[in-house]
Design a protein around this ligand. Sequence first.
Ligand code: AMP
Ligand code: GLY
Length: 427
Amino acid sequence: MNVLILGSGGREHAFAWKIAQSKQLQNLYIAPGNAGTANCGTNVNIGVNDFEAIKDLVWEKDINLVLVGPEDPLVNGIHDYFLNDEVLKDIPVIGPKKDGAQLEGSKDFSKQFMLKHGVPTARYATFTKDNLKEGFLFLETLQPPFVLKADGLAAGKGVLIINDINEAKEELKNMLVDAKFGKASTKVVIEEFLKGIELSVFVLTDGKSYKILPAAKDYKRIGEGDTGLNTGGMGAVSPVPFADDAFIKKVEELVVIPTINGLNKDGIDYRGFIFIGLMNCDGQPSVIEYNCRMGDPETEVVIPRIKSDFIELLQGVATQTLHQKKYETISEIATTVVMVSGGYPGDFEKGKEIDGLDTNFESHVFHSGTKSEGDKVVTNGGRVFAITSFGTTIDEAVNKSFATAGIINYEGKYFRRDIGKDLKAYQ
Ligand code: AMP
Ligand code: GLY
């Protein structure tokens, strides 16, 4: 089987690494990929939203399955594009069509979906510039902090959490009237603040049956002790010690089953990953958001904990036979530590030469923002590597990741040295 992965981050390197281990694989292509994915298959320099070029590649390389990493091409309708094309229509795409991708593409859609299908979530209302005054009144009914969310995709920056009511009103106006997030904030969801601890649960579904993948916790802020600006994610741990089997069972009954049933009731044929951002509020799950893809860097701890053949599982999704597929996980703890460029998530320079990569590490070094230049590997993004290690305790795993991150060098390197520290209290 020939497989094409779309994307270029650590998530896609983890997918490529896992798929490359499958006996079923003949050729693997990654578009556009990075210096790490090039060790698992062939990189092809095509953008994830260039559907025409993807079509040519699929045709030329006789691709049998396409796995979509990021949300953008899904929200833009890559799956629909395949289904509507005579040449491509029988080639399975793992990732939802445009309708299912709205679970991530529109916060208003996803909140309506949750409400309609009884999925627990924070109380909310949606506003446009035409009912800004009602938005102000709704804010008055809530306790601080106030949560404002741009409806559309805003590169992970569209959520504001504000303590002061006047500031919240000002920001609501900025979003709706002054288009703070462009078209993404034409509508704004205002919701109640949820108190609790956050985690992510991942589901793989063929639209009928599902497998609950290992849960993970990520670390979003740039600074230690969860301080400073939000990033794409600075590290992750799986499993999550405060999400025991009883909690995951609750998530399955209260969230996963109503979500899958809801998709069916609404006529949405969803084949791919559902990433459920959850708050554990005193043992009760409440959904913060859905994403229509896997998380990054969560994938870098979730995928290494899956023992079963990944192509088998993806074929199960494509042919709606997922219930027949073997799914086993590894019980050891996985941690990942993300190494970033100096200045990230603000401005940073690219093209810094990376040393130390040919060491024999006790970790998997997943590349994110890297590229090859001749025989060198250089930095090519804000997040540069995700360093994943296993252990029987969080400490054991994360110390291996720190040791590896200490050996790999480039100008301006930075990583958080407190990944997993907050979880020790729950172990
Ligand atoms: P989202 O893009 O919806 O994941 O929101 C970004 C982050 O904001 C989440 O990961 C949470 O940490 C936080 N957040 C979003 N909604 C809420 C909420 N209702 N209550 C508390 N925190 C929230
Ligand atoms: N790590 C969060 C995300 O992928 O959205």
